[in-house]
Design a protein around this ligand. Structure first.
Ligand code: PLP
Length: 367
């Protein structure tokens, strides 16, 4: 075997996003034992930084070992007990996955569907919750298959205080506003490889005190031992508690996340969101001038993920030319948009006009 030499790419797909060199440098630092006091203080700083980024005071806030899907599974298996009535908003691939996870956890799921490109109407979610007496509601904040922003901030008021509200913030955290406490979210999960600009491998998650209460009062044990938040709490909870071994924490990934969060907080959340908005608007305008049609409805477009229908004469195969001739990665369509659409990400470090311009210039050369 020889050492690997991956090519340098401009990552403008739906994730992973470009990674800051200092994040990669942090990941190359000496590996510590996962119960070493020096590592525990790094863990505590990481949790504290996650609370700031999620805008929450939730004590139980930590990165799940695994990608965004592990965060989704952790949210679902801890909150959904067999027989629980669950309402999930579905307007793309990731809403459908969340619904499937809830079914697999034994939930009796009602899907509230919306056409791809539109958000799920808040009133329809509220109606379904009332009609079904749902205990849990699941929704995707940034639907990466369509580039739609779901107005999550409206949901709590519409569904009332009782249901547990689970929010997928995989593509939103660090790119657009996510305000866990003010929006009344009970469980919010994300992924490191999108707007946080850290390699894939961890899924930040936060549980509200109500979610912890639901955990305490479950009548059945959580089906997944690995993702059981009560067991994980014994390792992640800071304060006086003695840390107990649950599984070996992915040390180097946590170093990377620590550095990524440090960069996010030094930039400031408002400034970071504004940067994503600026880059997204610049890209949308340039694509529209070239005949690409936005999939997401006006008013609900994510700046960090632009999904477009291809203009006449442009084939999906052009993505291969972008990759091989210009080292630019953009994503293809998912589900009903497979082969017909592109998904262009300007996330984290990549949320800049000069990145967008690089893609536009390459397209002009190829089209
Ligand atoms: N949810 C959303 C909205 C996503 O965009 C993704 C990944 O693209 C996931 C969940 C799953 O995350 P992962 O691929 O990191 O497991």
């Amino acid at each position: 075997m020889n050492p690997i030499h991956p090519p340098r790419r401009y990552l403008m797909g739906p994730g992973p996003s470009p990674v800051e060199p200092s994040v990669l440098a942090a990941m190359a630092k000496p590996v510590l034992g996962h119960l070493d006091p020096a590592f525990i203080s790094i863990m505590d700083e990481t949790s504290a930084a996650l609370r700031e980024v999620f805008q929450t005071t939730n004590q139980l806030t930590f990165p799940v070992s695994g990608t965004g899907s592990a965060g989704a599974e952790a949210a679902v298996v801890n909150m959904v007990e067999p027989g629980d009535r669950v309402v999930v908003g579905v307007c793309g691939v990731f809403g459908a996955r969340l619904a499937e996870m809830c079914r697999r956890a034994g939930g009796v799921v009602t899907e509230v569907q919306a056409p791809w490109g539109q958000p799920v109407p808040t009133e329809q979610i509220a109606e379904a919750v009332k009609k079904r007496g749902a205990k849990v509601v699941g929704i995707v904040h940034a639907e990466t298959s369509t580039g739609v922003r779901q107005p999550v901030e409206e949901i709590r008021q519409a569904i009332g205080d009782d249901p547990i509200l689970i929010v997928d913030a995989v593509t939103s955290l660090g790119g657009i506003e996510v305000d866990v406490d003010s929006w009344g979210i009970d469980v919010c999960f994300s992924g490191t490889q999108k707007c946080l600009s850290v390699p894939p491998g961890l899924a930040p998650i936060t549980f509200s005190p109500r979610a912890e209460w639901k955990l305490e009062t479950r009548s059945t044990p959580v089906q997944s031992w690995y993702l059981d938040a009560k067991l994980l709490r014994s390792y992640w909870e800071d304060g006086e508690v003695r840390r107990a071994y649950h599984h070996t924490a992915p040390i180097s990934m946590i170093y990377g996340l620590h550095e990524g969060l440090r960069i996010v907080l030094n930039e400031g959340l408002d400034a970071r969101w504004a940067r994503h908005h600026d880059a997204g608007r610049f890209l949308r305008n340039a694509l529209a001038e070239r005949g690409f049609e936005m999939i997401a409805a006006d008013g609900y477009r994510l700046p960090q993920l632009t999904a477009v229908r291809l203009p006449k004469g442009v084939e999906d195969g052009l993505r291969a030319a972008l990759l091989h001739e210009f080292d630019i990665e953009v994503g293809g369509g998912l589900g009903e948009f497979a082969g017909k659409a592109w998904r262009i990400g300007l996330m984290g470090l990549g949320a800049r006009r000069d990145h967008a311009l690089r893609l536009i210039q390459a397209l002009d050369a190829l089209m």
